[in-house]
Design a protein around this ligand. Structure first.
Ligand code: PLP
Length: 648
């Protein structure tokens, strides 16, 4: 392992009372890990899966070692194939159980929304493993429909086509239908209907039509706008009636088979799910009464992931379990339709996040730590220094648990006064530096008193955060964790090793981009959100690895090339029954040449341009011919290197 830089002045001795159990509690891994992750006695994060019905666990640091041996360095996405399989299985089995126990008269058909993680091996694995459950796909574009049509071999899985559809999209879906694939067009706007009618007549293929409605149920959480009157998707009740009339006039009402209702993603409150299903059932009933055969009720996505492990109805959590979700849906449909003697429809859900979130984690190493702790004690001001500096220094001698608040106010006052003096040329640079050091020393001493207080004064409540270290991580927030930046998403973040040691430092994380938004300063803990993350001091000569968990949904393709950091390395690991693991697939992340070509540079041309610059430098006598070769080769090597920090 390679050495790391450490600006950190105060490495602390390990706390003998600490153990992996306390780390588990601190980082909440047993709550958000849902049994898939925990901490081993050795203090490593491990992944727990079932293989052939038996539990198997594998240490994540062991996988990281294997990655380095194969030349796959940090940052990297680690995907555990078994976790994808297990999520598909648990979803199907939970619905099957609810259906059986609830005496429901039809079956469940899951469809995976490709947009949630389109990566080929993720979709392939869901198709392969999901075949036994006839798990299908939701496609929101022509590209996604093409993926779905090519993946659903020898399966009765459904394809649900959402989104805007042009004639080509519709023709593709009709061909799928002609080949026996149950491919539904979900009408999102009335303008799509004439194209569906016209193309199906022209090709003489009868379509399976669904219709998406706007529900009025108000949903908690971030995606509350996905439903309701102002939702940009789905038909209003008036438009729905026009759709029925137009289909009737075209003699195609018998093609209307599916009602689609997506309440939003990450629905944290089970009450919203229940209300949404009840409302959907009312629309379903209405369409049956209008004479449409129906038969399928698609409840969209929304099944949440408990990123916080808090089991509450807060945005990043959920107040229900998967079993409860399934039972609520099954019961609500049965209770609404039975009194009206309407046959139970096939239940479809488009669970994306809950299917893929657990299977991926982002791993990265820490490159450096910047600490606000003064490296040495600030020292005594010289005799002839400005009076403000002396006053600031005097605070240190009188600071105690009895007067810390007063000392805090004084320290702030004198620090600001000295900055003013510096501004006006009345204090020297050296005096200002000394003042800043003394000020920080005072603040650190006050911060150390706070944990013992019964009540922390409001102005000191953010002191821990203000004094926290900055751990610089080898990753790009914009490329690998875009939802943290875009929608303030919380993901579980923790070290993947050294968990038998007490994490003595409080830190925020900064990424490699030189963007002030490229930081993480909100973390979920079992006790709620915090602005700092407890971490271990770096050990010189050793790598320190962090993992960001549950990142399998939405993060990979939403990421962007900010500062031209490209795709990270990716490994897909398959865990075997004997606890061994295989690198089933590995992908090297983008090279610098790759990302430059994405933004319309021609790497070969850049190389040629640079050769000309080097030639001129030789002509001008700045470098020798031998140096020219060395420099041109270094340029070429960099062009084909990883976009992230390399220290191997
Ligand atoms: N179906 C539709 C129509 C969606 O818009 C979405 C995402 O917003 C999903 C399914 C997937 O939702 P989730 O990831 O919450 O399961």
């Amino acid at each position: 392992m390679n050495s790391v830089a450490n600006d950190d002045p105060q490495d602390t001795a390990p706390d003998q009372d600490w153990d992996p159990g306390r780390s588990a509690q601190l980082y909440g891994i047993n709550a958000w890990g849902a049994g898939y992750f925990n901490i081993s006695d050795r203090g490593d994060v491990q992944v727990n899966v079932e293989v052939d019905g038996l539990p198997v666990n594998v240490s994540v640091p062991d996988i990281v070692r294997g990655m380095h041996e194969r030349g796959l360095h940090m940052p990297a996405i680690l995907r555990i194939r078994n976790l994808l399989d297990q999520r598909v299985e648990v979803l199907n089995k939970s619905f099957a159980r609810a259906i059986e126990e609830g005496g429901y008269g039809n079956c469940y058909r899951g469809v995976y929304p490709i947009k949630v993680n389109q990566q080929c091996h993720v979709v392939e694995e869901i198709a392969d493993y999901g075949r036994q459950y006839n798990h299908g796909f939701e496609a929101g574009s022509k590209a996604e429909l093409i993926i779905a049509m090519a993946q659903l071999r020898e399966s009765d899985g459904l394809i649900i086509c959402n989104g805007y559809k042009d004639a080509e999209f519709i023709e593709l879906g009709l061909y799928a239908r002609q080949m026996g694939i149950p491919c539904f067009f979900v009408v999102e706007t009335l303008s799509e209907l004439p194209i569906i009618i016209e193309r199906s007549r022209a090709l003489n293929i009868e379509p399976l039509i669904g219709v998406r409605i706007k529900t009025t149920v108000a949903v908690d959480g971030y995606w509350s706008q996905d439903s309701g009157d102002r939702s940009i998707f789905g038909l209003s009740t008036t438009s729905l009636m026009r759709l029925v009339e137009q289909l009737r006039e075209a003699g195609m009402l018998h093609c209307l088979r599916l009602l689609h209702c997506h309440l939003g993603s990450q629905i944290p409150n089970i009450r919203n799910v229940r209300s949404g299903v009840l409302e959907a059932c009312r629309f379903y009933t209405g369409l049956v009464q209008e004479g449409a055969p129906m038969g399928y009720l698609d409840l969209g996505g929304g099944l949440a992931v408990d990123y916080e492990g808090a089991r509450t109805n807060s945005t990043h959590s959920m107040n229900y379990r998967l079993d409860e979700y399934c039972v609520n849906i099954v019961e609500s449909i049965r209770e609404t339709l039975d009194p009206l003697e309407i046959d139970h429809p096939v239940i479809i859900s488009e669970s994306g996040r809950a299917t893929v979130a657990y299977s991926s984690m982002l791993l990265f190493n820490i490159l450096n730590v910047s600490s606000s702790r003064p490296t040495t004690t600030a020292g005594t001001p010289p005799e002839n220094c400005v009076e403000t500096l002396r006053n600031l220094h005097d605070i240190q001698a009188r600071l105690s648990e009895q007067n810390f608040q007063e000392c805090y106010n004084d320290a702030l006052f004198y620090r600001d006064e000295l900055r003013e003096l510096f501004h006006h040329g009345q204090a020297s640079l050296r005096e200002r530096a000394l003042a800043e050091s003394i000020f920080l020393e005072v603040l650190h001493r006050i911060a150390a008193m706070l944990p013992d207080l019964q009540r922390v004064p409001p102005e000191l409540q953010h002191l821990e955060e203000q004094l926290s270290d900055i751990y610089y991580g080898n990753f790009s927030l914009f490329q690998s964790l875009p939802d943290i930046w875009a929608i303030d998403q919380l993901f579980p973040i923790m070290p993947i090793h050294r968990l038998g040691e007490k994490p003595e430092r409080s830190a925020i994380l900064a990424d490699l981009t030189c963007d002030c938004d490229g930081k993480i300063d909100r973390f979920s803990t079992p006790d709620g959100e915090r602005n700092v993350l407890p971490l271990h001091p770096l050990i010189p000569g050793e790598e320190y690895y962090l993992g960001v968990f549950l990142v399998g949904a939405y993060q990979e393709t939403l990421g962007d090339l900010h500062n031209l950091f490209g795709d990270t390395n990716v490994v897909n690991v398959a865990i075997n029954a004997d606890g061994s693991f295989e690198f089933a697939r590995e992908f090297h992340g983008d090279s610098i040449a790759d990302v430059l070509s994405y933004v319309e540079y021609e790497p070969k041309q850049l190389q040629e341009n640079f050769r000309l610059v080097a030639e001129k430098a030789v002509r001008d006598g700045r470098i020798s011919v031998a140096q020219r070769s060395q420099i041109v080769n270094a340029f070429k090597d960099s062009l084909h290197g990883y976009t992230y920090f390399e220290n191997h």
